[in-house]
Design a protein around this ligand. Structure first.
Ligand code: EPU
Length: 421
């Protein structure tokens, strides 16, 4: 297993280019299963998750090529069965279910199981498929969905924590080839859902309202091949913004989409981090001393749960008390105990973490537990005095394209090493 060895205390300076969005690319890659014609997807980040999704498409029968950020896929003839080995490694692979059901009227997909950030149920995905007329059976760890006929329907997909991103994507994809009109109420408004709708429409689908809580899909008989460029990764952008602020540097971020990051930019402003935007470029630096702030994660356009850990790393450096409340995933505080190893003072109280910030961090060996927690540890390591070893960075490689290389270009002293046993 590999680790990052970080010698902290160097302010990041320079320019970084943002990659395509992982969470937009995954469902869009799955959507290529909806047609027998070739599809070309550009700006697909080269990550273990996207490579894995390419493998899933191939295992289902598609001809797939994934090179230099471009995925070409032709799903001429596909099967509707995805076994446990294919699904367990990446929870996001559940989003092949909608396209399989739409195209083949049947799908047999292994239940994905939970993950370190929480239980991650899929009841809302199944509720949506059932509303379209699919019969759902769960047995032996598999979900079987079959439909003689998929018929458009009106459904409410809000859950305990609000809307569901992949649930909305899944139902949109199945409904694209259903008979009649589907209306998803309490749909996820995330930019990744909007990007999927754009791709589906380029394939000949009729999706409107994406980006709002009501999405309408008028089913069509057939979809055709299409080309698409994936949106910039808003979470990677936020991660670099926070890394710039944490190290007291000045970083220019290019190829971003600032409109997707209003909540993060606003919160950073409150914490005394200046973010100047010019088109798709952002210039980030501190405005004097950091200020403690309270943050609550919410569905889009609120503060994203995928930036909670990184923001916590920053707030450990802000004098005063910051309260961070996690409203999307109940167990997403795995980074707290590792940040404490670097000297952070954080207490968990129910869904909130109380950060007593302002104490200097000092380097230590830490363990990455999930993708965004890993990013938080890298940020903390960059800001800490001394050497930090972040172990198990395979989590990070799932979602950040060449993060170490990009950070080195900004002056960070970061090396990828083989973890010592
Ligand atoms: N939920 C249900 N029932 C469902 C589905 C979700 O109760 O059927 C609950 C979840 O337990 C959670 C909330 O609804 O409390 C939101 O979950 P959502 O379904 O929106 O999450 P997701 O679609 O499975 C995507 C991203 C996550 C990101 C979340 C929230 C992908 C591949 N994953 O997951 O990304 O945190 O939306 O924005 O798009 C990451 O990139 O690190 C990551 C975890």
């Amino acid at each position: 297993m590999e680790s990052f060895l970080i010698k902290g205390g160097v302010p990041l300076r320079g320019t970084v280019e943002i990659s395509g969005s992982k969470n937009a690319a995954l469902p869009i890659m799955a959507a290529t299963l909806l047609t027998s014609e070739p599809c070309v997807i550009r700006r697909v980040p080269d990550l273990s998750d996207t490579r894995f999704m390419a493998q899933i498409l191939a295992a289902l029968g598609a001809e797939v090529k994934f090179e230099n950020g471009t995925l070409t896929s032709r799903a001429k003839k596909i099967g509707g069965y995805a076994d446990y080995e294919l699904v367990r490694k990446m929870r996001g692979s559940i989003c092949i279910m909608g396209p399989l059901l739409g195209r083949l009227r049947q799908a047999r997909v292994s239940l994905p199981g939970g993950c370190i950030i929480g239980a991650r149920p899929i009841n809302l995905h199944l509720k949506g498929f059932a509303a379209l007329g699919a019969k759902i059976q769960i047995a032996g760890g598999y979900i079987d969905a079959t439909a003689k006929k998929l018929a458009g329907a009106t459904m409410f997909l809000g859950g305990r924590a609000g809307s569901t991103v992949l649930g909305t994507a899944n139902v949109m994809m199945a409904a694209a080839l259903a008979d009649g009109v589907t209306v998803i109420e309490s749909a996820a408004c995330e930019p990744e859902v909007v990007d999927l709708a754009r791709f589906l429409n380029a394939m000949g689908a009729k999706v409107s309202g994406a980006g709002s809580p009501t999405i309408t899909i008028t089913g069509v008989k057939k979809l055709h091949g299409a080309e698409h460029e994936v949106i910039p990764d808003r979470i990677e952008t936020a991660t670099f913004m926070i890394a710039a602020a944490a190290t007291n540097g000045e970083v220019t971020i290019t190829g971003a989409q600032p409109d997707h990051l209003r909540a993060v930019i606003d919160k950073l402003g409150e914490a005394k981090v200046s973010v100047r935007r010019r088109g798709d470029t952002l210039v980030v630096r501190r405005q004097g001393r950091l200020k403690s702030v309270d943050v609550t994660t919410l569905p889009h356009s609120g503060f994203p749960t995928d930036v909670q850990a990184q923001m916590m790393a920053l707030l450990t450096l802000a004098p005063g008390i910051s309260i961070i409340t996690e409203r999307i995933f109940e167990a997403r505080f795995m980074h707290v105990s590792e940040l404490a190893r670097l000297g952070a003072d954080i207490e968990i109280e129910g869904p909130s973490a109380i950060v007593k910030g302002g104490r200097p961090l000092s380097g230590a060996p830490v363990m990455a537990s999930d993708l965004r927690a890993s990013a938080a540890l890298v940020i903390a390591g960059l800001a800490a005095k001394g050497t930090t070893q972040v172990n198990r960075i395979y989590h990070l490689d799932r979602g950040y394209e060449r993060m170490d290389e990009k950070l080195r270009k900004l002056g960070a002293r970061i090396q990828r090493i083989e973890e010592k046993a």
